[in-house]
Design a protein around this ligand. Sequence first.
Ligand code: DSN
Length: 421
Amino acid sequence: MGAEPYYGPDFGLLRRQDPELAQVLLDELERVRGGIQLIASENFTSPAVLAALGSTLTNKYAEGYPGRRYYGGCEVVDRAERLAIERACRLFGAEHANVQPHSGASANLAAYAALLQPGDTMLAMALPHGGHLTHGSKVNFSGRWFDVVPYGVRRDSELIDYDEVRDLALRHQPKLIVCGATAYPRLIDFAAFRGIADDVGAWLLADVAHPIGLMAGGAIPSAVPYADVVTFTTHKALRGPRGGAILCTRELAARIDRAVFPFVQGGPLMHVVAAKAVAFGEAMRPEFAGYTRKVIANAQALAEALDAEGMRAVSGGTDTHLALIDLRGVGVPGVEAERRCAAAGITLNRNVIPYDPEPAAVTSGIRVGTPCVTTQGMGPEDLKELGSLVARAVRDPGGAEEVRARVTALLAIHQPYLSEF
Ligand code: DSN
C-alpha cells in the first residue's frame, strides 16, 4: 500500500505479493474466457458486485442483526445489511428478508429449523426427479433428520404430478411442503402447492434458488405471494455473489431470524451481504427485466436446437433458464457427453433425467442453462448455433477442434468481463 488510501481490490498488489495465488485467479479468468459456460446455476457477476465482495467489510464481525449486534463498531456495516434487506423486500414484494445465509443449503437448514422439529414429516421433490440435495436426500442432513416423503414427475408428461402431491399430503399429513427444483425446466404452480398445503394445514416453503432471478425480472410468476417461506441463492440467474437469502411473512420473521442466527450460523459475511445489496439494486433496473426475458428466449432456442438434433428436451421444452436433455436418442451417456463438450470448449453438467436407468455418476442426460451466455450478450441465433455445436461435440469427439474453433469465434464477439453488461 502506498501513500494513496486503499479502497478495495487491487489485482496488481496481489500479483506482486502472491504470484502463485494470483496465477490461479488469472487461470480461472482464462478458463471462462476460453469456453462457453452452459452450467444452469452459474452466472457472471458485475464488476460492482466483485468490488463489494473484495472490500474491507470482510473484516467485520457482526453477529446479530442491524441495531442489535453482539460486537461494537457495527454502525457502518448495519447500513449495508439494511440496504440489502430493504432492496430484497422491495424487489420481491416480501414482508421480511434475511440476507445472512451463507448458501442455499444454510438457508434451507435455517428454514427447516424455524418450522420443524427433528423427526417431523415433510413432503419434497425427489432428487432423481429434479429436486435439490437439501430436500430430503439420504446423504444430506435433510434426509437424515426429517421423515421425508418424496414426490416426483409423471412418467408420461415429465411434469410435477399435483394429484400425487395432494394424495401424498393427505396420506402423510406433513408439517411442511417444499416445492422448487434444481433440474425442472417448467414453471411450478405455486398456487396449487398453496392449496394443497392449506388443505392439510402444512407450511409451504418454496426453494426458488434456480428461478429467483427470473422472478426478480418479472419474466415468470413469483412464489412470494403463495409461500410462507421462500429460500434462494443469489448467484444464479440473479447474478449476485455466491450466497443465500430467505424471504418470509411478517408472522415468521422472528423465527426465521433466530434460526439463521444464532441457531445455524455465527457471524454474517458482511462483504457478501453488501454484494447482495448491490445485486438486488442491479436487479431493480429495467435492463435486468430485459435480461431475464432474454435468458428464457435463449434457453428455448437452445432446447429447440438440441431437440432438432435428436437430443430430446425433457417435458418437451422449457419455460425457464434451463433445459434437461435426454441423450438416449444419440446413445451417449451424460458423463461422456460432459467430457466431450469440455474437450470442445463447452462446459455443462451431466444430470439424471426422470426415471433414469443410469446412476447419478453416469446419467442419461445433461442440463444446460443460459444465464452466463445471456450476460455475455448472446441471442437466440447464437443459441441455435450453440445447440448444433453441442450436438456435434457429443456425437463426434473427433470433431472437437472444429467445434472449438466456432466456440472461439463466438467468444471473440461475446467475452465475459471484457464487454459492458
Ligand atoms: N447444485 C446447485 C445446482 O447446480 O443446481 C443447486 O442449487
